[in-house]
Design a protein around this ligand. Structure first.
Ligand SMILES: C[S@@+](CC[C@H](N)C(=O)[O-])C[C@H]1O[C@@H](n2cnc3c(N)ncnc32)[C@H](O)[C@@H]1O
Length: 330
């Protein structure tokens, strides 16, 4: 437990929602996108409304009716906020899972924002596919419409140390051996703030996902990274770039110091020396367990001086990278 964990199990985790709302850049980007796509008279559905901010934006931008779907108790807070802002009349708050709810009509615009720090997470694809079929009119607009995923090489010993938290103890505490945790941490992607100055290579796009595509969001990508600075590669850095609407983007690239998602660090068990001009061939795959539906990540790098790999098959699962979490990505 830490100060971010509510004491009462049923309580709304205000720290989580406040942490998001304080990132004004994120709100402004969504408001601008909603302003681009919502026309007066439109019906809008938001999945995962949280505090209802984007539903409020949609109502303020002229939507006739907004359905704000949220599974959590926070929906009661959202309703109160809508009332205090004089927008409650046009917003219907619906508590439950979007995949289990039937709305009285389909929407012109669907808004969704519940992504991991590398965008994909367990269940996301299924939620969006269901929403496209049951909550959105044919030809309706999704915000965001698409996302690109990016990779670079990262050299930062402190970042690496940040995942090896029992290193000083040699993984021995009170006479017990905890060495398996070292393997698990090195076999997991982690949400971290990665400094732009720690990147060793020019970033490359490794995947593009359209939220309208019927195909799976899973991918297995190979990219070549050109090393721009000599150093030691401790792992890979990953992030996304949301295409919210025409001309409106939102990224959690390392240059965005205020990003609620921060970035993803895919660590190497054995760092690799790289020299400026080297080409590092990197493979990143996101696969799904057919049994548990959990997402697994595997990453590999081959540089002139050596190779490295990691896999969350043996690591801990990739949890959502929002303020309360400092561990693995979802
Ligand atoms: C990252 S938060 C975003 C909240 C909102 N955009 C805001 O700014 O307050 C995601 C929210 O989506 C909700 N959620 C995720 N998937 C859902 C689903 N399929 N049905 C209903 N709520 C969902 C979660 O409970 C969480 O409150």
């Amino acid at each position: 437990m830490n100060e971010l964990t509510p004491v009462a199990e049923e309580a709304v985790n205000y720290y989580y929602y406040l942490g998001m709302i304080k990132r004004v850049g994120r709100l402004r980007a969504f408001d601008a996108a909603i302003g681009r796509v919502v026309r007066p008279g439109d019906v809008v559905v938001e999945i995962g409304a949280g505090l209802g901010t984007y539903s409020l934006f949609a109502a303020r931008r002229g939507a006739e009716r907004v359905y704000a779907i949220e599974r959590g108790k926070v929906i009661e807070v959202a309703q109160e906020i809508a009332e205090r802002n004089g927008l409650a009349e046009r917003i219907t708050f619906v508590r439950g899972e979007s995949t289990e709810i039937t709305l009285p009509e389909k929407a012109d615009v669907l808004i969704i924002e519940d992504f991991s720090s590398m965008f994909v997470r367990r269940g996301l694809e299924e939620i969006i596919r269901d929403a496209r079929l049951r909550h959105l009119k044919p030809g309706g607009t999704i915000v965001p419409g698409a996302v690109t995923l990016h990779l670079s090489a990262v050299g930062d010993p402190q970042l690496r140390r940040s995942v090896l938290t029992l290193e000083d103890e040699g993984y021995n505490v009170c006479g017990l051996e905890f060495g398996v945790l070292r393997d698990m941490m090195l076999g997991s992607p982690h949400v971290r703030a990665i400094g732009p100055d720690t990147l060793l290579a020019t970033p490359q796009t490794c995947a593009r996902i359209s939220l309208e595509q019927p195909e799976s969001y899973l991918f297995d990508a190979v990219v070549s990274l050109r090393v721009c600075r000599t150093g030691t590669m401790d792992g890979l850095a990953g992030w996304f770039d949301l295409e919210l609407a025409d001309g409106v983007r939102l990224t959690n690239a390392p240059t965005e110091r205020d990003s609620v998602w921060r970035q993803v660090f895919f660590p190497f068990a054995d760092p690799i020396r790289v020299a400026q001009g080297d080409v590092v061939v990197v493979r990143l795959a996101c696969v799904r367990s057919t049994q548990t539906r959990d997402l697994w990540w595997t990453w590999q790098a081959t540089a002139p001086a050596g190779s490295a790999h990691g896999s969350s098959f043996q690591g801990i699962s990739f949890r959502v990278g929002l303020p309360s979490s400092d561990a693995a990505v979802g």
